[in-house]
Design a protein around this ligand. Structure first.
Ligand code: NAI
Ligand code: MG
Length: 356
């Protein structure tokens, strides 16, 4: 089992160190190799995704990723910015399926901005298509408008597009995930306005005929955004395109209290995966030893489950995380009165101890 460890920037190095510590506690043999990525790689080699880092990632069974980015790189040309590293990894590894579970842990119900009864027991899974849609569609660019409301004015444009096979493969992933859970799938689109998402809806419906045991429903994205805060527990598995998924998964994540709790997995057709917390490099708290490492530790659990075929070890880590929360240990982002505030390292140590 070969794991590429790419801590990246900001809190990335602090939280990945804790996840590696947790992995090393397990009775499993891993070959872990660390490399620079993002701003750290730019500083050392002049590029956010050096050839050697990409090769290491491609040659591994899984990538454990921290986060990339810092305000100090904002002035760089887009291709050199740290964020290009994660986009480059997704594209080169073909990581088309992004899983973001939003689980509200019993002990953190009070940390949500929604009423406890709305989110207690919440356990939803958002599956976002990650390599298509308007984020990658060509053509795109800037030009002088020749038509539209203001001919002669500067304009910018992007292209929303999906091919049928792209939709089919993410639909299969979603139906299979729903099958392993409560057999309910909501496909989110904007078929009433967008041709791309009319095709999306048609193809998901067609693929659904192969999964008669899964109840499929369709929802427009604006309604989905509303329902997520009105009645989040009506959802189980949600599948949607790249842009809608970006927005809805951030919205769903905040229901559960803190972005510091939310893991993610991005998979390709070979079950190779990249595992990272849903949050970024948090430059505002980097280097202070206060970041919550649980999202990264839970991402490592997803890595064991999806790419390394170690379901039991994944469950052990998830149980250990529940246990430290039950012990009342909290990093600053999830702290509330009556609990014990701990540092990044202390939280990692507590998970290691809970595993033992
Ligand atoms: P962010 O997620 O880094 O931070 C948002 C807020 O949440 C901050 O107040 C931060 O302190 C807090 N936060 C995030 N993770 C936390 C944790 N584990 N524990 C406690 N608090 C935590 O998002 P922001 O500030 O918009 O972006 C910062 C940098 O990260 C930017 O350069 C951005 O491009 C990059 N970024 C990278 C991502 C990636 O590597 N996949 C994803 C999102 C952003
Ligand atoms: Mg986002």
């Amino acid at each position: 089992m070969k794991i590429a460890v790419l801590p990246g920037d900001g809190i990335g190095t602090e939280i990945v160190a804790e996840a590696v510590k947790v992995l090393n506690t397990l009775d499993l043999k891993f070959e872990m190799e660390t490399a620079l990525v993002g701003g750290a790689a730019y500083d050392a080699y002049g590029h956010p995704l050096p050839e050697a880092t990409l090769k290491l990632a491609m040659d591994s069974d899984a990538v454990l990723f921290g986060a990339v980015g810092d305000w100090k790189y904002d002035k760089l040309d887009r291709p050199l910015r740290p964020e290009q590293a994660i986009l480059g990894l997704r594209k080169n590894m073909g990581l088309f399926a992004n899983f973001r579970p939003a689980i509200c842990y019993e002990q953190l119900v009070g940390a949500s901005s929604l009423k406890p009864e709305l989110i207690a027991g919440l356990d939803i899974l958002i599956i976002r298509e990650l390599t298509g849609d308007i984020y990658f569609g060509q053509p795109r660019g800037r030009r002088v408008a020749t038509d539209g409301h203001f001919p002669g004015a500067e304009e910018a444009f992007d292209t929303m597009r999906y091919s049928k096979p792209e939709i089919e493969r993410i639909a299969h992933v979603a139906f299979q995930a729903a099958r392993k859970r409560n057999k309910r799938l909501t496909s989110v689109d904007k078929a009433n306005v967008l041709e791309t998402f009319q095709l999306w809806k048609d193809v998901v419906t067609e693929v659904g005929q192969q999964y008669p045991d899964v109840a499929l429903d369709h929802m427009y994205v604006d309604n989905a955004a509303m329902q997520l805060v009105k009645e989040p527990k009506r959802f189980d598995v949600v599948v949607t395109g790249n842009m809608f998924g970006d927005i809805l998964s951030d919205e769903a994540s905040m229901l559960t209290g803190s972005i510091g709790m939310l893991p993610s997995a991005s998979l390709n057709t070979k079950n190779q995966g990249l595992y990272e917390p849903s949050h970024g490099s948090a430059p505002d708290i980097a280097g202070k030893g206060i970041a919550n490492p649980l999202a990264t530790i839970l991402s490592a659990a997803m890595m064991l489950r999806f790419s390394l075929n170690q379901e039991e070890a994944a469950q052990r880590i998830e149980a250990a995380v529940q246990k430290v929360l039950a012990q009342g240990l909290r990093t600053g982002d999830i702290y509330s009165e009556g609990t014990t505030k701990v540092s990044t390292r202390e939280m990692g140590d507590a998970v290691v101890k809970a595993l033992g």
